[in-house]
Design a protein around this ligand. Structure first.
Ligand SMILES: Nc1ncnc2c1ncn2[C@@H]1O[C@H](COP(=O)(O)OP(=O)(O)OP(=O)(O)O)[C@@H](O)[C@H]1O
Ligand SMILES: [Mg+2]
Length: 218
């Protein structure tokens, strides 16, 4: 099993969007997938409740009171962390994770908070000992803009190459209320959007070279 924690104390950077999309991508690939919601707002569990029966099944876990038992018969466990989570709580979840995915927005509000979070993460034992990997994903990127270039510069500053860029697209707000993801939709545009996720999926799968998305990284 690979466990992925999606975390960043900055609100609205795309944690739930990333968590639900990763879960859907793994489920579509035929992997037994669970999605643990550690946020009392319950957006991931709400998304699961709206998920149509025709879409590949994902097991929901309510972890808003703290981490529960990881299910045994599962290939991928995705944990959606809340905003403004105390480092103690992050550490608790981090101990379970093989990879922590940190979404970051191109914004003068988001970059400093994320930079500080990355510093705090690097001081924690699972990261220091390279037991848990850190994957930063740039989210809501508008290609070719000054803010996109600034975010790339931010990445250089924090010393991470990153695990791809997710473009800013309205479809993400739409599928959020329908229990779906771009992995569940047909059409050329969605196919192109799925490409955005390839570097992050490869990064995660490199923890388990036998699995479907694994290949060379970004
Ligand atoms: N790539 C994207 N393009 C367009 N909209 C996006 C994208 N990613 C996320 N969003 C939208 O941004 C908003 C915030 O995203 P999301 O809820 O995933 O963030 P979050 O980090 O989980 O927030 P919170 O900290 O409140 O838990 C949502 O309305 C979502 O649909
Ligand atoms: Mg959320």
């Amino acid at each position: 099993m690979i466990t992925v924690l999606v975390a960043n104390p900055k609100g609205g950077c795309g944690k739930t969007t990333v968590a639900t999309h990763l879960a859907a991508a793994f489920a579509q690939a035929g992997l037994r997938t669970a999605l643990a919601d550690a946020d009392r707002q319950g957006s991931s569990l709400g998304w699961l409740r709206s998920r149509p029966e025709s879409a590949p099944a994902i097991q929901g876990l309510d972890w808003h009171d703290g981490p529960g038992k990881a299910p045994k018969q599962v290939d991928r466990l995705i944990i959606d962390a809340p905003a403004a989570m105390k480092m103690k709580k992050i550490e608790e979840l981090l101990r379970l994770a093989d990879v922590v995915v940190v979404p970051v927005l191109p914004s003068g509000f988001d970059e400093p908070v994320t930079g500080e979070f990355l510093k705090q993460l690097e001081a924690l034992k699972p990261i220091r000992k390279s037991k848990t990997a850190v994957a930063i994903v740039r989210n809501r990127v508008q290609t070719g803009t000054r803010m996109a270039a600034k975010l790339d510069k931010f990445m250089l500053g924090v010393g991470h190459t990153g695990a791809g860029r997710l473009r800013h697209r309205l479809v993400y707000a739409d599928v959020a209320g329908r229990g779906l993801s771009v992995f569940d939709l047909t059409g050329k545009q969605n196919e192109a959007l799925r490409e955005d996720w390839a570097p992050l999926l490869r990064y995660i799968e490199n923890c388990d070279p036998a699995m479907p998305f694994s290949a060379a990284g970004e």
